[in-house]
Design a binder for this molecule. Structure first.
Ligand SMILES: [Zn+2]
Length: 438
């Protein structure tokens, strides 16, 4: 085995040298290979980053698994990376000026492209740079499409939300998936009840009600299910308490439930707008508008509530969304009185909270979805509060295993006329489209 591997190394090093002498710009990858020589067990240094990446432990599809298998990189200029990296002696690698900056990989050499490509796995990371340590700006599911402007063996340069981003090339294909509807085994349209066998179902206290699943029926059907959760609207919900976190730890931020509490109201009643309208009425009105727009755009929709009352607490709503939808969007208005604008509840930057499952495996998805929704609202002309995010430890977030956001569309002083709700629904749809690369 060593013998064959060595032959391969020699071949690849020779190939690299040929490339290096043949074309000046090809020299870059060789410098990179020397720079990354110090990875553990001869693996590229990049694999250290990969271990830090949430995708590895959670089973999310991520480019990290590529980084952990350098031997699969054969051929092409990047193939030379593996050759030098997997030789701990480094004898054949040229001494390189890049050794003085070992933590900055050289830019991959991208071949120009101008094509639509499709994501081939679920929860594939979209990154700000061509490295597994680059910030994750979004995660895309199977079937999402992006425009590719360049590619190397490892990384593709894509345009995502009008910005240049990077996705591991192995998770992109120029061929459209056969039928996206086949991705998720078709759940029957109709009622979706809490299955007691679902993960975290046992933490719910109010769950005799049912959500409703609607399927898009046009030719544009995407095979993506959006859970629309009209906030509040559970009679008796405010007199029942449920665990804030599945592991029983206390809340890390203060909101309607104080920091340090281990239990929270199962479903609160919601606030009352300055004009006397109850929040649950308005969240329902917006949810119905969003449902219609999503169905018309080809999304399947899981509606948590379509009347004044549904007997599902926040945990039941979340667990149903986890099992029957690809994302979960809860609609709310805040209880301040200054018409401060829309924002989403982001996952607190608290190490114990972000270290707790299922938050640990999903917090980046939650925040990426929140950012997308705010981006869509902003484009629709909706007033945005501050940076568009406020850190909050919520029951919803604490139990979510799909991208999940509580979005606050305004507050007690905000206009909630029909026209405004139309605009809000348009903005949310734009944000959902952006998140799923549609
Ligand atoms: Zn609310």
């Amino acid at each position: 085995m060593m013998f064959t591997r060595r032959n391969k190394e020699i071949f690849l090093v020779l190939a690299s040298l040929l490339l290096a002498t043949g074309c000046q710009s090809r020299y870059q990858p060789i410098e990179t290979s020397a720079a990354q020589l110090s990875g553990p067990l001869g693996l590229p240094a990049e694999s250290e980053n990969a271990v830090r990446d949430g995708g590895v432990q959670t089973g999310n599809t991520d480019e990290a698994s590529l980084a952990l298998r350098p031997q699969e990189n054969t051929g092409g200029p990047l193939g030379s990376l593996s050759a030098a990296e997997s030789d701990p002696a480094g004898g054949e690698a040229e001494p390189s000026p890049a050794e003085t900056e070992p933590t900055t990989p050289a830019a991959p050499e991208f071949s120009a492209a101008d094509e639509t490509v499709y994501v081939t796995g679920d929860a594939v990371n979209v990154r700000a740079s061509w490295s597994t340590s680059g910030d994750v700006v979004a995660t895309l599911n199977k079937g999402a499409s992006v425009k590719r402007t360049g590619f190397s063996e490892e990384w593709s340069r894509v345009i995502y939300q009008e910005k240049e981003r990077y996705i591991a090339s192995r998770y992109l294909s120029a061929e459209a998936p056969e039928t996206q509807a086949a991705v998720r085994p078709a759940a029957a349209e109709g009622e979706v009840r809490l299955d007691p066998n679902w993960k975290y179902a046992e933490f719910s206290k109010i769950n005799s009600g049912a959500a409703m699943l609607y399927k898009a029926d046009g030719a544009n059907r995407k095979g993506i299910t959006v859970c629309v959760n009209a906030g509040h609207g559970t009679k008796g919900g405010s007199s029942v308490k449920t665990l804030c976190h599945p592991d029983g730890t206390p809340k890390v931020t203060g909101g309607s439930t104080a920091a340090g509490a281990t239990t929270a109201t199962a479903v609160s009643a919601g606030m009352t707008f300055a004009d006397g309208t109850a929040e649950p009425k308005v969240t329902l009105a917006l949810a119905l508008k969003l449902k219609a727009k999503l169905l018309a755009a080809g999304y399947d929709v899981l509606m948590i509530r379509e009347s004044d009352d549904v007997q599902l607490d926040n945990i039941a709503r979340t667990v149903i969304a986890n099992n029957a939808a690809d994302c979960h969007i809860a609609l709310h208005w805040d209880s301040t009185t200054n018409n401060k604008g829309a924002f989403y509840m982001s996952v607190p930057g608290n190490s114990s909270y972000r270290g707790m499952e299922p938050v640990k495996s999903h917090w980046q998805q939650h925040n990426a979805l929140g950012e997308s929704l705010i981006g869509g609202l902003k484009k629709a002309g909706v007033k945005i509060f501050s940076g568009g995010a406020m850190e909050m430890d919520l029951t919803q977030t604490s139990y979510s295993t799909v991208p999940s956001v509580d979005i606050e569309l305004g507050d007690k002083a905000s206009d909630h006329s029909d026209g405004t709700l139309e605009t809000l629904a348009d903005g949310l749809l734009a944000g959902i489209n952006a998140y799923f690369g549609q």
